[in-house]
Design a protein around this ligand. Structure first.
Ligand SMILES: [Zn+2]
Length: 420
């Protein structure tokens, strides 16, 4: 099991161990799963990690052959959609498999397949890695999420009480349920934690920690949460694609290179696109899979002792990057610009609109601020945008009194939209 530190104490030992583990794992998968037998055809064992890359489209169109689920793809989809519509995630597909559905940030839905055993392994690694969840530190843990499968608790976690709160329910309802339960840890998307902090609606009697998942939590917002809620703030980087990273006991953000083999496609000095290959997942394993996320890499080693790659932060989806005349403009740059322009700004939404040739046609900005004089702000923003090489005369619309409600939609502050 991961966490044994069989993977050593230095980055070199880790890489060596990882290569062996990946080749063992993928030799087995190549034998067992028809899709990968074909995909990796002609590669001898030593070349097994050099095959063609995959992505969500390939993963979805290769169902069920790229998984261990023995059923027709349309039956799996039907089952997943029914569970999603009824908000009842308690049943197993064919009494064996957990099936999850993600609407996805790109609008293309995807299926997530696992078993209770594999899900227990995942929870075990989550609880062993995330400092706020280590044994003895917490008992009542609330998961405030958009979708969920029944929780299958590993026996090591049996003393814990885990409960799911559904973001599809009206906010007043789940907030009331959450508060009357008095959890000591709340796990929720970043935007939901920020909402709870802003509304001062989270009852903090027993609360010891909150853990941000599923969305980008900027470093500034991390300290903001810590300050406002007065509790420890953890961070888990996780998607349908797996448990990708976590913030360690030293507060550093690590990628879980002991669970997943990451490849880093550099697009600008320390900014990289991630490719992931599973080292353990068996039911729906991912191979050189284009995650679509961008991260800012951080060098050096961490005093927590883990030799895994550190990152400054997850920058967001590749699709949220606007490619301007002088180079890419990342969501975190927009975030910093807005923070400087609007002191104390709680939230905003920034929409780049581009035409079919990728040329910028307008920018729409919504801010939580109630500031009256938006024309003054637009003027100073225009000056700053010039520094990014944006041409003069790009229409820039700023509107105020924006209020983000926590709900089923995944938050993306900065988005690129094709012109309609
Ligand atoms: Zn660390």
């Amino acid at each position: 099991m991961a966490g044994h530190r069989a993977w050593g104490t230095t980055p070199d030992q880790l890489k060596e161990w990882q290569r062996h583990q990946a080749i063992d794992h993928w030799t087995q998968i190549q034998n067992d799963l028809p899709f990968f037998r074909e995909w990796l055809k002609g590669l001898v064992q030593a070349e097994l990690l050099n095959g063609r890359t995959t992505h969500k489209g390939i993963a979805m169109s290769s169902l069920p052959g790229s998984t261990r689920v023995r059923a027709a793809a349309e039956d799996i989809w039907t089952f997943a959609k029914a569970a999603e519509a009824s908000r009842d995630f308690s049943a197993l597909f064919k009494d064996q498999w957990i099936v999850g559905l993600s609407s996805g940030t790109t609008g293309q839905p995807s299926l997530f397949l696992t078993t209770p055993q594999e899900h227990s392994f995942y929870l075990g690694t989550l609880f062993s890695k995330v400092p706020q969840l280590r044994p003895g530190r917490s008992q009542k843990i609330a998961f405030v999420l958009r979708a969920f499968s029944k929780l299958y608790e590993p026996s090591a976690l049996s003393r814990l009480d885990l409960r799911f709160f559904d973001l599809y329910a009206p906010a007043e309802q789940w907030i009331q349920e959450l508060n009357s339960w008095e959890p000591d840890v709340v796990i929720a998307p970043a935007s939901v934690l920020l909402y709870l902090a802003a509304e001062e609606s989270l009852w903090r009697k027993n609360l010891r920690a909150v853990i941000s998942v599923a969305e980008v939590l900027e470093p500034e917002k991390h300290s903001h949460l810590q300050r406002v809620l007065g509790v420890d703030v953890g961070e888990v980087y996780q998607a349908m694609e797996g448990f990708l990273g976590h913030r360690c006991s030293e507060g550093e953000f690590h990628l879980n290179e002991d669970l997943i083999r990451f490849e880093y496609q550099t697009i600008q000095s320390n900014v990289a696109r991630l490719l992931v290959t599973d080292l353990y997942r068996n039911i729906q394993p991912l191979y050189r899979y284009e995650l679509g996320d961008l991260v800012r890499l951080k060098g050096g080693s961490c005093s927590c002792g883990q030799p895994t790659q550190r990152i400054h932060e997850v920058l967001g989806r590749q699709g949220d990057v606007y490619y301007g005349p002088t180079g890419p403009i990342f969501p975190d740059q927009v975030y910093r610009l807005m923070s400087v322009q609007f002191e104390g700004l709680e939230d905003f939404s920034w929409k780049w609109t581009i035409d079919s040739k990728g040329r910028l046609t307008k920018i729409d900005i919504l801010v939580t601020s109630t500031l009256k004089d938006f024309s003054r702000v637009s003027e100073s923003l225009k000056v700053l945008l010039k520094e990014w090489g944006l041409p003069d005369g790009i229409p820039l619309h700023v509107k105020g009194a924006f209020h983000r409600q926590p709900g089923p939609t995944k938050q993306r502050r900065v988005q690129v939209h094709p012109e309609t």
